[in-house]
Every structure is written in structure tokens, then in C-alpha cells.
Design a protein around this ligand. Structure first.
Ligand code: SAH
Length: 345
């Protein structure tokens, strides 16, 4: 059955007409779903019962079920595990910043990109998330906490540009003025570098932020950490970044996870500075979060600082990303992974 929350207002209007109902009902319904964020047809106020019955017979109302929530004692971060209708589980993160609340959502169940340090990819890709399932991570967290979300990052499990059509629809719905109306500038999509889809995204001329998970300064090293580098060479990724900036005017972010002894030497920083030279960008450094299935370890504090200084000296904007929720399986896919493996034992 089609998910009603994956339809934009035009599609919903058509669907309502097809059910023999007046078009104005679509606008009302859309507002209940995407603005008031109600969790079911039953919670909708000003719509006749007869229409609710028709809707229920024809369209699925996506509402994720919270399985667990872990709350960090360090920084108020909350990590949610949600169950989908088919029994799969996904994770989403709620973070408090000075400017408001930011959420990190998943775009797929699992992932097929195979990055060596990442827990989300260990069991491969299970399936894509639908636009409604991506939205409802945000809506559910908002319902549960009673707070409004101001920023969204698509940096949870999955590769958003491997689920391209659904991510585009999700962006359209999330930033629609008739819905939650999130500013495009407050939305960040993170990719491991699927070059053709980066260009396709650029051609849509959106004002969203694009983050690229780079993690290495040359292709050989990148290949050892990220299998996607076998398909798209690092310079192709950088060219696609240039294209994205030239087309949209949006500054790019490069994610660089520092892995002790692998990509964190001063020479690596030097090479990275050369690679990014002339690009309007900044680099986000984060010591890799160790996962128990792999033996990567994070760079120590002194190494991180030295790497940062080296980049700065070469004129690169760089920040060390605050590690949120480290005490609650903060890294990508760790919570879901634990849930699955413990369930099996
Ligand atoms: N597939 C997308 C988005 C999901 S991953 C991407 O690759 O960008 C979000 C970010 O977390 C990526 O930069 C990813 O490389 C990073 N990441 C995943 N596991 C990590 C870990 N164990 N430690 C540090 N960063 C990690």
C-alpha cells in the first residue's frame, strides 16, 4: 500500500479527488501530517470519519515505533532505535546545540558501501528507506521530545545518494512551506562520493549543504578504507565537488575520520591541503569511533591537534567535530548492530 506521507501536496490532492472527496481536504490532511505531526489518522481533528476510513483502506500511515532510547549523560544527546512496519530497525539521533535541536537520520536499512570503519555496513544493505520513513524519524523525535527541530543531517546509517529518488522526495517534503518548512540551508546530506548523483543533485540547484566523507588524501589510501574509491577516483570526487559549488554556490564540508597510524600523519595533512587547494570548503575532523568488529583506533588528541594545525597553516578551514553521545554507541550503526546481534544470541 502506498504511504500517504510520501506524497507531496499535488499528489495528495489528486489522491483525495480520486477518492471522490473535495480537494480542500488534501491541504488539511497535509497540515495534520507534516506540520502538526500527528501519529495516526485517529489523531486528525477536522476530517470526517468516513474519509478516515477511506484513507485507511487505501493509504498506509507511516508512524515509526520507538524500540529504545538511550540518553547521554555527557551532552543530552539521545539515540533512538525505531522499528519499521516490516520489523527492521533503524537509528536516529537527537542533539542539542546552542542554536536549537539538530537530528541525524538514517537513509537506508544497512548500507552496501562497505567503509571499513563503519558499523552500518557490516551486514550489507537490507533496503532503502522511503521518504515517509525518513521524515517520520524527524516527526517521531519531535513528537516524543515535544521540541521543534531546526537542523537535519542525513548522516545516519545508509548512503543517501544510493537512494537518490527517495532522498530528493524527502528533501522536497521536509522543506515544503506547507509542511515543516525546514530551510534548505539547515539540511545537510552526507555522501561517500557517488559522483554521478552528486552532479545530478547539483543540477537541482538546491540550497542544501553537501558533506563528503573523504577520509583520505589520495586514492590508494582511500581505497583501503572505502571500497567506493574503486569505482570513483578521488579526483573525480573533487571535480564533482567543484561542480557542486559552481552550480549551487554552497560551501562544501569534507568529513575526515582520523584513524590512528593510517591517515593521520602530518604528511597526510599536507597532501590533503594540496588536494583541497582552491576549493571553497571546510574540513571536519573526527577521531574514528572504534567498533568492536574492526581494529581501527582513533588518533590521540595531540595527533588530532597537529593535523588540524598543519591544515590551518595551509589555509584550510578546519574544525574538530564535537563527538556527541560517545557513551551511547554514538557512531553510525552501532546501536542497531547491537540490537540485532544481541537479539540473535
Ligand atoms: N553514507 C554517508 C552518510 C552516513 S555515514 C557518508 O558516507 O557520508 C556518516 C559519517 O560518519 C561519514 O562521514 C562516515 O564515514 C562516518 N563514520 C562512519 N562510521 C564511523 C566511525 N566508526 N567513526 C567515525 N566516523 C564514522
Amino acid at each position: 500500500m502506498q504511504e500517504i506521507k510520501s506524497l507531496n501536496l499535488d499528489e495528495l490532492t489528486q489522491a483525495i479527488k480520486d477518492l471522490g472527496e473535495p480537494a480542500f481536504r488534501a491541504k488539511q490532511l497535509y497540515e495534520w501530517m507534516h506540520k502538526k505531526l500527528v501519529g495516526s489518522y485517529d489523531d486528525i481533528g477536522n476530517i470526517p470519519k468516513s474519509l478516515k476510513v477511506k484513507l485507511n483502506d487505501n493509504f498506509e500511515y507511516t508512524a515509526l515505533k520507538m524500540v529504545t532510547v538511550q540518553e547521554s549523560k555527557i551532552d543530552d544527546t539521545k539515540k533512538f532505535l525505531f522499528a519499521l512496519k516490516d520489523g527492521n530497525v533503524i537509528e536516529s539521533v537527537w542533539m542539542k546545540y546552542k542554536f536549537g535541536y539538530s537530528v541525524c537520520i538514517s537513509s537506508q536499512v544497512g548500507c552496501r558501501m562497505g567503509c571499513k570503519f563503519c558499523a552500518s555496513t557490516l551486514d550489507g544493505l537490507e533496503r532503502n528507506l522511503t521518504p515517509a520513513e525518513m521524515l517520520d524519524q524527524i516527526y517521531s523525535m519531535s513528537r516524543i521530545t515535544g521540541e521543534r527541530v531546526s537542523h537535519v543531517v542525513v548522516m545516519g546509517s545508509g548512503e543517501p545518494l544510493d537512494n537518490y529518488d527517495n532522498i530528493i522526495k524527502f528533501i522536497e517534503l521536509l522543506t515544503d512551506k506547507n509542511g515543516l518548512n525546514l530551510s534548505q540551508r539547515n539540511l545537510t546530506v552526507s555522501t561517500c562520493g557517488i559522483v554521478p548523483n552528486m552532479k545530478k543533485l547539483a543540477d537541482r540547484h538546491l540550497q542544501i549543504n553537501l558533506a563528503i566523507s573523504l577520509h583520505a588524501s589520495n586514492n590508494e589510501k582511500r581505497k583501503s578504507l572505502m571500497p567506493i574509491a574503486n569505482k570513483y577516483e578521488i579526483h573525480e570526487v573533487i571535480d564533482a565537488c567543484k561542480y557542486y559549488f559552481d552550480t549551487t554556490g554552497r560551501q562544501l564540508t569534507f568529513e575526515y575520520s582520523l584513524v590512528g597510524g593510517v591517515n593521520d600523519k602530518d604528511e597526510d595533512a599536507d597532501e590533503l591541503a594540496g588536494l583541497l587547494h582552491g576549493l571553497n570548503c571546510f574540513v571536519n575532523l573526527i577521531p574514528v569511533n572504534p567498533i568492536k568488529e574492526r581494529d581501527f583506533s582513533p588518533s590521540d588528541r595531540a595527533r588530532v591537534i597537529s593535523f588540524k594545525n598543519k591544515l590551518e597553516k595551509r589555509g584550510i578551514n578546519v574544525t574538530i567535530r564535537r563527538e556527541m553521545g560517545r557513551d551511547i554507541d554514538g557512531a553510525c550503526g552501532q546501536l542497531r548492530r547491537r540490537h540485532i546481534t544481541e537479539g540473535k544470541e
